[in-house]
Write a protein that binds this ligand. Structure first.
Ligand SMILES: Nc1ncnc2c1ncn2[C@@H]1O[C@H](COP(=O)(O)OP(=O)(O)OP(=O)(O)O)[C@@H](O)[C@H]1O
Ligand SMILES: [Mg+2]
Length: 244
């Protein structure tokens, strides 16, 4: 993509010492002191065993969960209640369960919801929705009822609902779950052609190595390793210690 087209998609997202606890009575923290930044256009795989805190981290980065301490910093400004709307316009998230994301009756209505909510004129909405559907290869599903789509179709629909907003950072939670081989390969191809920075929580090590230059490895709510994907993914002892 041309640099001038990429420039509108620039954002720096930073987690500063994030700690998250679901339940005040609970001793354990789901996240403890998590700090990292994601650079312009960088793609990071977020790895860790079940319960390591991957989904918690993504939901905290987009302001769905509130940290007990620490901050989410976007473009050098700490996120507050007042700036949450701005954060959500810049940072798109695909939840682990696509059913949590799709709520309008038809697929078209669902994907059009975000751009309409931001007050875009209807012809712009229409062209953005068509482009997002086509990009994900699901144009034929546009009039379908969302609750009657298959798991994989819902996954692609949820991703279309994010891309349509043209965010500068994409957060994805298990984007390849429910996908068949062909849809999975297609998704990896699509993501590798996108200019946005991405954080991808996944158990799909093959996707991580194909798509991401960086790996952030979580263990019990803390960052165990953060760095070059090739180095971390070839460290069998560490992956094993983290339950992967
Ligand atoms: N709604 C909740 N209420 C209480 N505890 C929760 C809740 N959601 C998650 N947890 C706990 O927080 C910790 C982190 O969970 P999280 O869902 O972030 O893990 P994960 O790395 O995404 O796991 P998975 O690979 O299974 O998706 C776990 O111990 C989990 O049991
Ligand atoms: Mg999860």
């Amino acid at each position: 993509m041309k640099p001038e087209l990429r420039s509108g998609l620039r954002s720096k997202l930073r987690a500063e010492n994030l700690s998250v606890r679901y339940d005040a009575d609970n001793e354990g923290c789901a996240l403890r002191g998590v700090t990292f930044s994601i650079r312009d256009g960088e793609r990071a795989a977020l790895l860790g065993a079940n319960g390591a805190g991957k989904s918690t981290l993504l939901m905290t980065l987009v302001g769905v969960l509130h940290p007990e301490s620490g901050e989410v910093i976007l473009d050098d400004a700490a996120t507050t209640k007042e700036t949450l709307r701005y954060l959500r316009s810049k940072v798109g998230v695909a939840f682990q369960n696509p059913d949590d994301q799709l709520f309008m009756p038809s697929l078209y209505e669902d994907i059009a919801f975000g751009p309409r909510n931001y007050g875009l004129p209807e012809p712009e909405v229409e062209s953005r929705v068509s482009a997002a559907l086509s990009r994900l290869g699901i144009s034929h599903l546009r009039e379908r009822m969302t609750h009657r789509l298959s798991g994989g179709e819902k996954r692609l629909a949820a991703l279309a609902g994010i891309l349509v907003m043209e965010p500068s950072v994409l957060l994805m939670d298990e984007p390849t779950s429910f996908l068949d081989g062909r849809s999975r390969r297609r998704l990896i191809e699509i993501l590798s052609g996108l200019p946005q920075a991405m954080i991808i929580a996944t158990h799909d090590i093959d996707l991580a190595s194909k798509l991401c230059e960086r790996v952030i490895l979580l263990q019990n709510g803390q960052i165990r390793a953060d760095g070059d994907a090739e180095t971390i993914l070839s460290d069998a002892a560490m992956l094993d210690a983290c339950g992967l």
